[in-house]
Design a protein around this ligand. Structure first.
Ligand code: BDR
Ligand code: CA
Length: 305
């Protein structure tokens, strides 16, 4: 069975790897990519989304550019982690095409509205576009088949001791999104910090032709995340392709927006007195994860030469 997705992202090294996985996995149909400012500025995340999509052969997947700044806060970036271009050491040709002539927020509303209940929305960047979209069109929460994010943590953060980067970057947007009335599938640091591209994994990537040599390895080589970088955003798309790779726990998640030291924290209550608003990934089968990701990349690499 194939699941159609729209991917809202801020490429970003692990976002780029998530685009490659989404295009390569036979169980995922990539209906569109929307971009947001996050790891680098919007012009760059959009340019990167286009060049990564074209490089992996997703040349007809539309890319729509979205919000250039968080809802209320100044734009900050993570170029110290992802490099000046946002793709670490990977250098891809610029796409010959440009983004759609439609704003990402309009694209999301139109695309999900045209197929209610059929398209899963996956967000791997700050939640600015999604917050704008649900405020403009609250029925988006009914139209999305599922809504999956890479973001947050039931435990510690990575940007601050309390906050994960995507939530920290635009906490007001994240608060709107978690309170919108749908169930957020939160693929957070609790599991993504276990999806590490260790030396044996990178060795396998080295056998993947142009995909390995031009995108996977050079981007990861300059990914200043952890000594063995975590491919956070790939986890979100994997949870669509093969949900059983993760274990999930129902929870009530509230986003801290005012804390001096805790802004962006996803305060997670696993025994909520009220109805849960989230399904939080709390377990990952790491061997199955990498087996599937590398098999998908292998099949994609075979088509790229
Ligand atoms: C998240 O932050 C970004 O830097 C990554 O692309 C990922 O989406 C991890 O905290
Ligand atoms: Ca990201």
């Amino acid at each position: 069975m194939t699941t159609t997705i729209v991917l809202d992202c801020d490429p970003g090294i692990d976002d780029a790897l998530a685009i490659a996985f989404a295009h390569g996995h036979p169980g995922v149909e990539l209906a569109g990519i929307t971009t947001v400012a996050g790891n680098v500025g919007l012009a760059r995340t959009t340019r990167n989304a286009l060049s990564v999509a074209d490089f992996v052969g997703a040349t007809t997947v539309p890319v729509a550019a979205g919000c250039a700044t968080p809802l209320l806060r100044p734009a900050l970036d993570a170029s110290s982690v992802h490099g000046e271009t946002g793709l670490g050491g990977a250098v891809l040709p610029d796409s010959a095409r440009g983004p759609e002539g439609e704003h990402a927020v309009d694209f999301l509303i139109r695309t999900l509205g045209a197929a209610p209940g059929e398209i899963t929305l996956v967000a791997t960047g700050p939640l600015t576009n999604i917050a704008m979209a649900v405020r403009r069109e609250p029925r988006l929460t009914e139209w999305a088949r599922d809504f999956v994010i890479m973001g947050g943590s039931a435990g510690r953060g990575n940007m601050t001791p309390a906050a994960e980067y995507n939530i920290w970057a635009d906490p007001e947007a994240a608060a709107i999104v978690f309170d919108a009335g749908w169930t957020v599938r939160m693929i957070g640091l609790d599991v993504t910090l276990r999806a590490l591209a260790t030396p044996p994994i990178r060795e396998r990537m080295g056998t993947l032709g142009r995909l390995g040599a031009t995108l996977l390895l050079p981007s990861l080589a300059e990914y200043h995340d952890l000594p063995d970088p975590a491919v956070h955003d790939v986890c979100a798309v994997v949870s669509v392709a093969v949900p059983e790779v993760f274990g999930y726990t129902a929870a009530s998640v509230a986003v801290e927006t005012t804390g001096r030291l805790t802004s962006g924290m996803t305060v997670t209550e696993f025994n909520p007195a009220t109805l849960p608003n989230a399904s939080v990934a709390t377990d990952i089968d790491v061997n199955r994860f990498w087996d599937m990701v590398l098999r998908t990349y292998q099949a994609l690499a075979d088509t790229l030469g």
